[in-house]
Design a protein around this ligand. Structure first.
Ligand SMILES: NC(=O)c1ccc[n+]([C@@H]2O[C@H](COP(=O)([O-])OP(=O)(O)OC[C@H]3O[C@@H](n4cnc5c(N)ncnc54)[C@H](OP(=O)(O)O)[C@@H]3O)[C@@H](O)[C@H]2O)c1
Length: 344
């Protein structure tokens, strides 16, 4: 599907779909990036549904504690836990996954919400920082959490979910042919010489496209048990949050986004309803949302590029590259791949 600016504006000018609710009294949730923006508002929605365990994350402990106190004050829910994770640091992601493996009895819902947007090239552990934060860190975490989710499905006859927070910016980019044909798509996208200013202007969009493709790939590869785990990508819509505060005032693209924000952005509370929909919407029909992209609480066709032959090639290659990259830094990933993930 194509998505024009007018379609975006039309959706943004509609009332945000209402929040869905569910009985979470026996469920365990992990919500990544809960100290601010969409994650903070989604955390309050989930807290109001009284989950058995609600693991909220921040990368900064002080910010996390402040958010936790506010969530408790606003909802009366006292069981939320603060765990620390920095997605741009593989050791931090691995430590978090190890802790979840050890300390959680079950995992019903993982919401991969945290993310960043910048137009500046910066590295984190040798990777372009946006790619590391929005794709590599979340990818590693999701794969490491699969065994716990499969175990949850088996032991409790549950239908665990992974929710990847994507964006409609994924409609406005594609991965170029020379990148697709290169030895490594992720390595090329991360390469400093490749990341010219022009490339960095759509880098965030690229990472959100990779989010959509990752959700699809993970759904396809969860070994012979696709019925047990649901993976979906959600678009919260354009919302007023901290995400847009690092945009340079002299870039035309940034100015266009900021103008839209001022004209028709949702609040973070409104946008957070899409995170909640991904987690507990369509409970009577898991199949409907498996591997799908959701916006305005409806399954919506992904971008023309995402569903094109090239899109499918990128989906498959990036999946393989991720397994290799993650396997090199975390032997448990290789084990997960062997036991739980398979070729389609
Ligand atoms: N706002 C929008 O219009 C919009 C539209 C579509 C999609 N989205 C997506 O929604 C998600 C949330 O964005 P938001 O709008 O709520 O932005 P936000 O207000 O900037 O919140 C981003 C969250 O991600 C965390 N984060 C950033 N880098 C991190 C890292 N390296 N490790 C762990 N956590 C990190 C932030 O923590 P700190 O507070 O420590 O920075 C914060 O908790 C993102 O995936 C974004 O792409 C947003």
């Amino acid at each position: 599907m194509r998505r024009t600016h007018d379609q975006l504006a039309a959706d943004q000018n509609k009332p945000a779909p209402p929040v869905v609710t569910a009985d979470l009294s026996e469920k365990t949730l992990i919500l990544i990036g809960a100290n601010a923006g969409l994650g903070f508002e989604a955390a309050k929605h989930f807290a109001s549904m009284n989950p058995a365990r609600l693991v909220l994350t921040a990368r900064d402990e002080a910010k996390g504690k402040m958010a936790l106190a506010q969530i408790q004050e606003d909802t009366g829910y006292t069981k939320a836990e603060l765990w620390i994770i920095d997605l741009a640091n593989f050791s931090s992601v691995i430590a978090f996954a190890d802790k979840a493996e050890r300390e959680l009895d079950r995992l019903d819902i993982l919401i991969e919400n945290a993310g960043m947007m910048t137009y500046e090239y910066e590295e984190a552990e040798g990777w372009e920082r946006t790619l590391h934060t929005n794709n590599l860190g979340p990818g590693l975490l999701a794969i490491r959490m699969i065994p716990k989710m499969v175990e949850t499905a088996r032991r409790y006859s549950a239908h665990p979910r992974v929710v990847v927070v994507a964006s409609d910016t994924h409609y406005w980019t594609k991965i170029e042919k020379d990148v697709i044909g290169s030895a490594g798509i992720l390595a090329t996208l991360s390469n400093k010489e490749y990341c010219t200013q022009e490339v960095m202007y759509h880098r965030y969009h690229d990472t959100k496209l990779l989010n959509v493709l990752f959700a699809r790939a993970l759904q396809v590869h969860v070994r012979s048990s696709p019925a047990m785990i649901t993976v979906c990508a959600v678009n919260p819509g354009l919302c007023v949050s901290g995400l847009l505060t690092r945009l340079p005032s002299d870039a035309e693209e940034a100015q266009a986004i900021l103008k839209d924000r001022d004209e028709f952005a949702f609040t973070t509370e409104e946008g957070s309803r899409q995170l909640v929909y991904g987690a507990v919407g369509s409970l009577d029909d898991e199949e409907k949302i498996r591997g799908k992209y959701i916006q305005m609480s409806e399954v919506t066709e992904e971008s023309d590029f995402a569903i094109s032959e090239d899109g499918k090639i990128v989906e498959g290659k990036v999946w393989e590259e991720m397994l290799e990259i993650f396997g090199d830094i975390d032997p448990k990933v290789t084990e997960v791949a062997k036991v739980y993930l398979t070729k389609p």
